[in-house]
Design a protein around this ligand. Structure first.
Ligand code: PLP
Length: 359
């Protein structure tokens, strides 16, 4: 069997959900489980949180169907709403909480003959300019939807563009835009992603939307997950499958891009970019062998990568290699590779078996 596995600590995810709730006592929280629960496995994560979570949030109807199959009662928020008119019937059958973020969506929603009224989350474009209505549009549609028989709760939602950069002026402006429509009658309000849950109490409102923090990674560049009290949920573990000596001036890997500056020992690891390890990670990106840090050496291949073991003479074929996880924060690997933990976690491919720990 290929020695590569993503071990998922479900107890850590429960712990991290509890951290989110503790940040905002008395509020409720949709556990964001889009994109296969950020790569951790939708079914297992929903099952692990099924007693604890107030609801779940997903990116599309296909994901909502999967959550509903696991949980008959949970509130399930469709973050981008429906993508076509034909989806509203199924959304109603599933009893989803539905975002309405644009004119076409409202028109299709109102034209659909639904089997039951739905909880609607009108989305305000508070400044990110990706989805949602301007203040004027929101006021217009609020008036229209407030009376509509197809609407159960009429709720308000928006999303921050820069909450991960503490003290960013845009966050204050977005919060003000949100507060500026609260004279309207909404049943529930939701604004906070992980970054805002952790650092902006004024944005907590009624429903939180924690995503990345559930998985034990940080939304912030300058504040680590451990400092935030979060526990890493995914540990990606491979093995050393080969070792060799490389003389000064010899190269390693595709493009012959890494050159030995000293007599070197090179280890080959059973993980590559087809597993989701970032191909653009430069030489020097950290990995753990026998619990010790070693540096990526040369280009990442599809199924393998190479590390410099020169300073770890005890390393042997068969040793465990941690790509990221419990002892090496995914955020640190992400930073070295010029990306964010979100991308590394959600891009671990199907080829990598997930193994679950529940206590
Ligand atoms: C993905 C998403 C979230 C979760 O964001 P994190 O930064 O992962 O906490 C919250 N709200 C919306 C609208 C999202 O799309």
């Amino acid at each position: 069997m290929r020695p590569l596995v993503a071990t998922i600590d479900l107890a850590a995810i429960r712990h991290n959900y509890a951290v989110a709730k503790r940040c905002a006592p008395g509020r409720q929280a949709f556990a964001v489980v889009k994109a296969n629960a950020y790569g951790h496995g939708l079914g297992e994560v929903v099952a692990a949180l099924s007693e604890q979570a107030d609801g779940f949030a997903v990116a599309c109807l296909e994901e909502a169907v999967a959550v509903r199959a696991l949980h008959a009662e949970a509130r399930i928020l469709l973050l981008e709403g429906c993508f076509e008119a034909a989806e509203y019937q199924l959304a109603a059958q599933l009893g989803l909480d539905l975002v309405l973020q644009g004119e076409q969506q409202v028109a299709d929603f109102l034209a659909a003959k639904l089997s039951r009224p739905l909880n609607i989350w009108l989305k305000l474009d508070s400044g990110m300019h990706r989805l949602g209505f301007s203040e004027l549009g929101l006021r217009t549609w609020h008036a229209r939807l407030h009376e509509a028989a197809a609407v159960a709760e009429l709720n308000l939602l928006s999303h921050f563009a820069c909450a991960d950069e503490r003290g960013h002026e845009m966050t204050e402006q977005q919060l003000e835009a949100f507060l500026g429509v609260l004279d309207l009658d909404f049943t529930q309000r939701s604004l906070a992603n992980s970054a805002a849950i952790l650092t902006i109490p004024a944005a907590h409102m009624d429903w939180l939307r924690p995503g990345i923090m559930l998985y034990g990674a940080t939304p912030f560049a300058e504040l680590g997950a451990a400092e935030l009290g979060l526990e890493p949920a995914m540990t990606l573990t491979a093995q050393l499958i080969a070792c060799r000596e490389v003389a000064v001036g010899e190269s390693v890997g595709y493009g012959a891009g890494w050159l030995a500056q000293r007599p070197s020992r090179i280890g080959t690891v059973s993980c590559g970019y087809a597993d989701g390890y970032p191909r653009h990670a430069p030489s020097g990106t950290p990995l753990l062998v026998r619990g010790q840090r070693v540096a990526l050496a040369g280009r990442v291949s599809m199924d393998m990568l190479t590390v410099d073991l020169t300073d770890l003479p005890a390393a042997r074929v068969g040793d465990e290699v941690q790509l990221w996880g419990a002892q090496l924060p995914v955020d640190e690997v992400a930073r070295a590779a010029g990306t964010i933990g979100y991308e590394l976690l959600s891009k671990v491919t199907q080829r990598v078996p997930r193994r679950y720990r529940n206590a």
